[in-house]
Design a protein around this ligand. Structure first.
Ligand code: SAH
Length: 509
């Protein structure tokens, strides 16, 4: 019989997901997840798992609690194994109990997988123990956002103010004035230490320390926004500034890792351990076109073209496949002049028996166009076999310079992962501080999806570029950019520690 699991995702750090939660995610047919459940945990789900987002978007819930409950029952009753993934622990202010009631009423069997609650973990990452033998022998978990339908507060403010417990308010940022006023009015010492911890255990963690009488004002002036916990009590003084976690050199820094398959994940985990918010640049998968009749026609009339410009290794590969399928070889290009953009493309042509007539020094459109103009491309027919969706800069500028350009799609690039939209948005919003390149091909892949002109808006002022070594840096230079960071040792750990050193020097400047 299928089951439904109510699963705690922990407070955000993917490492704080339990082993049991990971197994349930791997086995689930449907996963319904929340705003606070870190999306990177969804990587544990199977490839065909249906993922449904039930959290907030722009402050609004995408699904109401009633809709979530209905969906849970419906999916479970259709025979699917369902995992309902909730931030922290599902029974700590997550309306988990209500979801269980609804499922049981609907005749669905439910198991609970507890999670690490933020009350414990976010405090620990901020350097605050929840209890302490010397000053807090109890702790209270309190909602700062009571059911709006209740006529008056159910909290016994008097006993909370007198409890000498550590008080941890969930969902309390917007009500912070109210909470602190109530406690002060009921006799809590105004000097009682207080802290706010937002996005605890994640790369975006921030904390703010003050006293209960001053913290509402300080939170307001610093624009401290939810989700955060408000902690009140003497344990707050146990914190040593900054906490073990907040000391991490890349905490809060957005770093793009341009994937070269197996390499990227090791770089990613090292950087995450240094506190960075890591964004994986999408891998590109290459696919052939469905129809090659246009290419075949061009090959038949290949003598008409004065120049053939190959812009990538894959362009060469797919062009040659058709050439060979037509029982031809390099000799049929004998009348044409050949340009290769980039050394990898040039090498591939050499493998095919062609020594390119022109390889530009740098790979920006301007220098390619100038190089071809110097070779009298004006008025001539130029064939550019390349990816179906590629940037228009090169053909556009060649045409402007007077060439008759024919662009011929010979393969498709499809994103192996979700679109690069998220990364573009992160760059535009200023969330990215570093881009890392671990090989020349990661540079080339990056510029297949992101134009050098656009990147120039952010580099070098807002975004720093890190290359694993001088060869990768040279490839980057050919696109018009200088590497800001090159390690002494050309390895992934070397690159990570160079970033570490660089970020420390930025802080001390
Ligand atoms: N079940 C969750 C709490 C859900 S209520 C748990 O056990 O942690 C949502 C509130 O929890 C947020 O408004 C915020 O006050 C708190 N919260 C959850 N995750 C948090 C985090 N990583 N850092 C700080 N506060 C968090």
């Amino acid at each position: 019989m299928t089951k439904t699991y109510l699963v705690g995702a922990g407070p955000g750090d993917p490492g704080l997901l339990t082993l049991k939660a990971r197994d349930v995610l791997a086995a689930a047919d449907v996963v319904i997840y929340d705003y606070l459940a870190n999306e990177s945990m969804l990587e544990y789900c199977g490839k065909d798992t249906e993922l449904i987002y039930a959290g907030k978007r722009g402050g609004e819930h995408t699904l109401s609690q009633e809709e979530i409950n209905r969906l849970l029952v419906e999916k479970a009753k259709s025979g699917f194994t369902v995992a309902r993934l909730k931030g922290g622990d599902p029974f700590v202010f997550g309306r988990g109990a209500e979801e269980v009631e609804e499922l049981r009423e609907g005749g669905v069997e439910v198991e609970i997988v507890p999670g690490v609650t933020s009350a414990v973990a976010a405090l620990a990452y901020a350097g605050i123990p929840l209890t302490h033998r010397k000053c807090a022998s109890s702790a209270c978990l309190i909602t700062g956002h009571e059911d709006p339908n209740k006529p008056e507060s159910l909290h016994n403010w008097q006993s909370l103010a007198n409890s000498s417990s550590t008080l941890v308010f969930f969902m309390g940022v917007k009500k912070i004035n109210n909470i602190c006023d109530n406690l002060l009015q009921h006799g809590l010492d105004p000097q009682t230490p207080a802290a706010l911890v937002r996005w605890g255990t994640t790369c975006m963690q921030e904390s703010l320390f003050s006293s209960i009488s001053d913290i509402p004002e300080k939170a307001k002036s610093e624009g401290f926004s939810p989700p955060a916990l408000l902690v009140i009590g003497d344990v707050v003084n146990m914190k040593q500034e900054p906490s073990w976690f907040e000391k991490k050199s890349l905490l809060g820094n957005g770093v793009i890792v341009t994937r070269a398959r197996e390499q990227a994940s090791s770089l990613r985990s090292i950087l995450e351990d240094m506190g960075a918010c890591v964004y994986q640049f999408p891998t590109i998968a290459i696919q052939p076109m469905e129809d090659y009749s246009a290419l075949k026609e061009s090959i038949q009339n290949i003598q008409d073209y004065k120049w053939i410009v190959f812009t990538s290794v894959n362009g060469v590969k797919y062009f040659w496949e058709q050439l060979e399928a037509m029982d031809l070889d390099a000799r049929s290009l004998g009348q044409c002049r050949i340009a290769a953009i980039g050394p990898a493309t040039a090498n591939r042509l050499v493998d095919k028996g062609i020594k390119p007539d022109f390889v530009p020094d740098t790979y920006v459109a301007e220098s390619i166009v100038q190089g071809l103009l110097d070779r009298n491309v004006q008025g001539e027919k130029v064939l550019i076999p390349r990816a179906e969706k590629a940037r228009e800069v090169l053909p556009g500028e060649l045409e402007e310079a007077g060439a008759k350009v024919e662009v011929l799609p010979v393969y498709k690039t499809v994103l192996a992962e979700e679109s690069s939209g998220k990364i573009n948005q992160a760059i535009e919003q200023g969330s990215i501080q570093y881009i890392t390149f671990t090989s020349s091909s990661t540079v080339e892949n990056f510029f297949q999806l992101f134009s050098p002109r656009e990147l120039a808006n952010y580099v070098p002022n807002n975004i720093k570029l890190a290359c694993i070594g001088p060869i990768t840096a040279r490839t980057l230079e050919n696109y018009g950019f200088q590497a800001d960071i090159i390690p002494e040792e050309y390895t992934i750990p070397g690159l990570a520690s160079a970033l570490d050193k660089f970020s420390q020097s930025v802080i001390s400047d």
